[in-house]
Design a protein around this ligand. Structure first.
Ligand code: FMN
Length: 437
């Protein structure tokens, strides 16, 4: 991640904050103010009480996510599918660099993001753990509340693989070893965000995205290998048969998750590379949502291909991760409705609404998507309501259930009646040539 961040910095794309900021709300406030007007990544040189500079909003741009997997100008979903078809390069395991520094957890920037948060949190930590039976490694994000140098409280979502690993270890009365990676290579972040099949080796997936072997080193206190190029590694164990209060926490859906009894992570070592940068991520900000979007969209795209549906061009999740938009080239009467059904069934947690549009609609612009719905046919017969279908696993009660599918395509065979008007040359105008004095 450092290499990628430095590349952006050299290109003048990083906003740098040299005055000292407080980790309690101020850093998050400045980040949010910047994100409201720009996609630029930020570098905070000085956070009170810590010597580690903070990078944030590294992933808060669709264009950057596309760039990270080599999909520039194309489709993230399509490129991801190509990359996954490659053979994973074998990682190189090397000795741990001698200049790794052992530090205390509370030397890291202590960042409290939202007003009612229960305290400082690690929000960008990628958990690496191995299935207790097969040894297959898994990568996933899990927010962690910092309690002390030796204790984190961790949120493990019900459906996640780490949760299943932990349950297996717990059923044997064992702790689950894990390493939390802060600032790993960007390929690992993308692999961690992706909801892949249980048996899939996510370190291999990261290798495919990186397009070359990952250099790994052994951890000091747990039986795991982590990428050498990780800024900070927190080693430890998720303890069995123990839950302690975690929260409240301002989460990606825009609300606070109340205090709940969650898992306890016992810290056994923290190491930092020389000159380490700390990665902070504001939950629910563009940095969080862009990562969620591409992972949900890719999963839906792959389900549509697996169902042998023709004419699937791309999938996006705008304006929010629970709203899926599918772009198709219509091939037959009723095509869009078959796509709708499959897309809704592709993901029981996320796809609360699905809209299918024609190939001339910008699926990353919900204004354009809604315009297509309103101008290409009837509002009543093209919306399908599915009552009483459970939604995201944390939707607390039936009050939040139900699915909505919208066919926003033009009637089949009548595209010539829906040619979009355009002004020749408008896309190529260089306004500076007209506005300059
Ligand atoms: C930035 C980010 C933060 C996340 N935070 C959490 C979290 O705190 N708890 C959680 O259970 N899932 C969280 N998730 C979701 C999972 O990490 C993610 O769905 C992951 O793909 C699950 O991996 P798995 O399919 O291997 O279980 C987060 C995802 C992202 C992209």
């Amino acid at each position: 991640m450092r290499d990628y961040f430095e590349k952006l910095r050299r290109a003048g794309q990083v906003r740098e904050i040299s005055r000292e900021v407080s980790g309690r709300h101020e850093l998050a406030a400045v980040t949010q103010a910047s994100q409201r007007e720009s996609e630029a990544p930020l570098l905070f040189h000085k956070v009170a009480g810590s010597r580690f500079p903070v990078m944030t909003n590294v992933f808060g741009s669709r264009a950057r996510l596309m760039d990270m997997i080599g999909a520039t100008g194309g489709s993230f979903c399509r490129r991801w599918t190509e990359v996954m078809g490659k053979v994973a390069p074998t990682p190189l395991v090397t000795a741990a660099p001698s200049d790794l520094e052992q530090i205390r957890l509370t030397e890291l920037p202590q960042i409290t993001y939202f007003e009612r948060d229960g305290g400082p949190y690690l929000t960008a930590g990628v958990f690496l753990a191995r299935d207790p039976d097969s040894g297959v490694p898994n990568l996933s994000f899990h927010r962690s509340q910092i309690i002390s140098d030796s204790e984190l409280r961790v949120r493990l979502g019900r459906s996640h693989h780490l949760t299943q690993y932990q349950a297996k270890a717990e059923s044997r009365g064992e702790a689950l070893e894990a390493a939390i990676l802060l600032g790993p290579p960007v390929s690992l972040v993308l692999a961690a965000a992706a909801p892949l099949a249980y048996h899939e080796n996510e370190m291999e997936v990261a290798g495919k995205i990186a397009g070359g072997p990952l250099a790994l080193r052994r951890c000091r206190t747990v039986d795991l290998e982590v990428p050498v190029e990780t800024e900070i590694v927190i080693e430890g164990r998720i303890l069995p048969d123990l839950r302690r209060p975690e929260g409240p926490f301002g989460e990606f859906m825009g609300y606070y998750v109340p205090v709940g009894d969650n898992h306890v992570f016992e810290v056994s070592a923290v190491t930092a590379r020389p000159g380490a940068l700390f990665h902070a991520l504001t939950c629910g900000s563009p940095e969080d949502l862009r990562l969620l979007e591409v992972s949900v969209a890719t999963r839906t795209f792959q389900a549509l291909l697996a169902a042998n549906l023709e004419g699937i061009i791309d999938v996006a999740c705008v304006p929010f991760a629970m709203s899926t938009v599918v772009k198709i080239e219509q091939r037959y009467e009723g095509h869009a409705r078959q796509v709708l059904l499959t897309a809704i069934g592709a993901n029981h947690d996320w796809n609360k609404t699905v809209v299918v549009v024609d190939d001339d609609v910008d699926i990353n612009d919900f204004d354009d998507v809604w315009w297509a719905y309103l101008t290409r046919g009837r509002a009543d017969t093209r919306a399908m309501v599915m009552p009483d279908v459970p939604g995201f696993y944390r939707d607390p009660q039936r009050d939040y259930w139900g699915r909505l599918g919208i066919d926003a395509t033009a009637p089949f065979g009548r595209r010539q009646d829906f040619v979009r008007k355009r002004i020749p040359g408008a896309d190529a105008v260089d306004l500076r040539r007209y506005l300059a004095r």
